[in-house]
Design a protein around this ligand. Sequence first.
Ligand code: AMP
Length: 398
Amino acid sequence: MTKQTILVINCGSSSLKFALIDVATKEESLSGLAQRLGASDASITIKFNGEKQTFSLAASYNHQAALAALIEFLQTNSLTQSIVAIGHRVVHGGEMYHQPTLINDEVMAQLKSLSNLAPLHNPANIQGIEAALAAFADLPQVAVFDTAFHQTMPNKAFLYAVPQQLYKEHSIRKYGFHGTSHYFVSREAATMLDKDIEALSLVTVHLGNGCSLAAIEAGQSVDTSMGFTPLAGVTMGTRCGDIDPGVIFHLTTHCGYTVEQVDTMLNKESGLLGLSGISNDCRTLEDQALEQNNPQAKLALDVFSFTIAKSLAAMTVSLSKLDGIIFTGGIGENSDYVREQIVKQLAVLGVAIDPELNAQAIRGKSLNIATAPSPAVLVVPTNEEWVIANQTHQLIQG
Ligand code: AMP
């Protein structure tokens, strides 16, 4: 059988992540990242055959240039023939998209109309799609949405207690994000527990630079911590998570801040970074807190763990029982310290972990670290690229 690969593209405002995935073997034959797009020092790094190569994109340094460099590399290494489709990560699908969707002119127009719901994310995703459509005109291209998995939430979970015309006229509601990750790790958990996903009630905890939790009953998302935007929910690397909206009125009305300044502050200067004044990076903060005894780093990690434990307890309200908690994302997969801090605050739910197993669950290991009779506590590496590749392949096959 000829090899069938999917090119997965995940475009940020100044970055373009990509991976070439063989759908039969799940093997990632090539991956990489173009960074600082839009700046004169833009570059692309491609990992292939165990080797990393970095090229400057200095002459023309936009998303198109990054894709052109990638295509040249694919052609030089005879990798283009096996590509059967392109899967794009799209952050916001609004209420319109519950499923991966084949991209055509009508879908492009709808994606553009959704950009006002996610002005920080969707325009970059669209740029990537447009560049890929120009470069790979003959290949089917599929949009896989971060919001789609959460479209099963009941209205009591997704509605805000504001006048209903805001929902009806302006689509103001909770959407939730990181859907491909919550979907993937919940299915992996079912396999690890040797249970049918339909029989399980789970809380998935994605902790990376962005952080979110989801309540998953019988395989469906029934609540999640992020909201109308990815700014809501628990403390994150640079995002504040939930705060009293009154703070925004106070800052803009009485403290001389513009709306743009508050927007930047809450999205880019808050979270672990804002609290610690040191870094948004969990590893750096752990080092500062545990090795250097830095009180600000310790405080930032305390707030972080507390908001996650509290949100986790809140997620259980939507479940019929609690079979398992799943940690994933860069922090969830690697930080035994953060996992321990969170679980310590969940004793009331009967959750307990084995310190030794917890310490072993790092660097891509899947493990159940709970001690009986606690609900399962699983560490599961996420693989959003694989979900995008697989769903893209299923759609074009179907
Ligand atoms: P992600 O956005 O999923 O790539 O996750 C990035 C976050 O994971 C950063 O805050 C990293 O500091 C954190 N991280 C990665 N490895 C470790 C580790 N070994 N211990 C603690 N945090 C880690």
